[in-house]
Design a protein. Structure first.
Length: 95
């Protein structure tokens, strides 16, 4: 990874009952050499521990049946910052 700063690509706005944690902010970021990830963070004060969820095998960062989305949002609602990203050549990340 050559970039030291994560550059924001676009904010993600979640609406409806699918977002069970309205106090969670999510943004999509690009960093390094074409990697793309989603940062989930609490609206208020965050804990000092952050978590990184790597994509499972050949699936994109949402995980099987969007499991990683649910995990990231739940952890963010509990105060953790969570980054889930697509490894090179998977999902939205370039090869």
């Amino acid at each position: 990874m050559t970039a030291a700063v994560i550059q924001s690509i676009e904010p993600v706005v979640s609406q409806g009952a699918g977002n069970r944690a309205p106090d969670v902010a999510e943004t999509v970021h690009g960093f390094g050499d074409g990697l793309v990830g989603t940062l989930s963070r609490p609206q208020g004060r965050a804990r000092q521990t952050a978590l990184v969820l790597l994509n499972p095998g050949l699936l994109r960062r949402t995980g099987p049946f969007r499991l990683y989305v649910q995990i990231a949002r739940r952890l963010a609602a509990e105060g953790f910052v969570v980054l889930r990203f697509d490894q090179s050549g998977l999902g939205d990340s370039q090869l």
